[in-house]
Design a protein around this ligand. Structure first.
Ligand code: NAD
Length: 345
């Protein structure tokens, strides 16, 4: 089923991205078409694909498109480790002030190491150590003898993300927000985050509980007893690390979606990267990007379509047992997409 002709179409930017990006994006668009999602896609190149054609991983037409649509579904973009260009993902978040990164982790496949996980990480997305103010100090003939890096947290930025997390908890019937920090060592950088988030928590007293955890203890507690957590509120780097750990609790990166939210623009993506080791083989799991597309449907007020897709994913994985390799199955990306579409009809 495609969106009816009379229904208002919603312009959205589609960035297939690098590595497995084009394969999983194609699968997701097929499934979105099948459920009748109202998106009118503007496809744009970004990442390594765009460097080849335009000499810039974040070319102007891509930026113009997102500025116009204020909504995007993005495949993973490759960033070289160490040298090379600055992370395109980080640049995109900064460009559109996408200050909140929302990463849910929910058990879908039974029989894993953990059952009944239902967590959401709200990560500050444009401050902290990710501002990457870094440089070397040369000593003698070693130009890289010393490496320096600093982070930036602002009270306004901490307040904005803390409010987002508590509002998210209220709106989604969540009971508790745990503030993650390292204020015992980084007393100023993450101390300000903790102090400000605690102040915001007072405005939600009686409605949403609040506690806090030092990041290393939190990482261990997530493995020992993840059910004690509900919404986790973290600075940029800690949130990035913990959200991958949380993806591991529920079956790996192939199932973990994320939303980058700003005041007027939102970009939806999988938590995972471009998976160069399996790119071009047609075996990548498109579910994480598909869940991200479900968050995008929720975002535009089409939660009923998102629920239908989520139910079809559930049935495909649990009842039909059509699984891609990362989940222990043998299905190709296309076979899996076809199975989800069959469950939608
Ligand atoms: P990765 O997430 O790409 O891959 C890690 C492992 O998980 C690999 O073994 C990969 O095969 C597997 N995997 C990931 N997604 C999968 C899927 N959908 N189905 C099946 N298996 C999957 O992490 P990496 O190798 O560290 O990074 C590769 C590149 O991606 C880097 O350039 C990195 O900068 C970039 N990256 C981009 C984003 C983004 O665009 N948001 C996020 C993370 C990493």
């Amino acid at each position: 089923m495609t969106a009816t002709k009379t229904e208002k179409r919603i312009q959205a930017t589609l960035i297939p991205g690098d590595g497995i990006g084009p394969e999983i994006t194609e699968a997701v668009v097929t499934i979105l078409d099948a459920v009748g999602a109202p998106f009118q896609w503007e496809t744009q190149q970004g990442g390594v694909a765009a460097i080849k054609d335009r000499g810039d991983p974040l070319p102007q037409p891509l930026l113009d498109s997102i500025r116009r649509t204020k909504l995007a579904l993005k495949g993973p973009l490759t960033t070289p480790v160490g040298g090379g260009f600055r992370s395109v993902n980080v640049r995109l978040r900064e460009e559109f002030e996408l200050y909140a990164n929302v990463r849910p982790a929910r058990t879908i496949m039974p029989g894993g190491r953990y059952e009944d996980i239902d967590l959401v990480l709200v990560r500050e997305n444009i401050e902290g150590l990710y501002v990457a103010f870094e440089h070397y100090i040369p000593i003698g003939d070693d130009p890289h003898a010393v490496a320096l890096g600093s982070g930036v947290n602002t009270r306004a930025g901490c307040r904005r993300i803390a409010k987002y997390a508590f509002d998210y908890a209220l709106k989604n019937g969540r009971k508790k927000v745990t503030i993650i920090h390292k204020a015992n060592v980084m007393k100023i950088l993450t101390g300000l985050f903790l102090e400000t988030a605690r102040e915001v928590a007072k405005e939600y007293e009686g409605k949403v509980e609040c506690n806090d955890r030092i990041v290393d203890a939190c990482a261990m507690q997530l493995v020992l007893d993840p059910w004690q957590f509900d919404v986790l509120l973290a600075t940029n780097l800690f949130g990035d690390i913990l959200s991958d750990e949380m993806a591991g609790l529920v079956g790996g990166l192939g199932l973990a979606p994320g939303a980058n939210i700003g005041a007027d623009t939102a970009i939806f993506e999988a938590v995972h990267g471009s998976a160069p080791d399996i790119a071009g083989k047609g075996i990548a799991n498109p579910t994480a990007l598909l869940f991200a597309a479900c968050m995008m449907l929720d975002h535009v007020g089409r939660g009923e379509l998102a629920q239908r897709v989520r139910k079809a994913i559930d049935q495909t994985l649990k009842q039909d047992k059509i699984l891609t390799g990362d989940l222990g199955g043998k299905a190709s990306t296309a076979q899996y997409a076809k199975a989800v579409v069959a469950r939608l009809s």
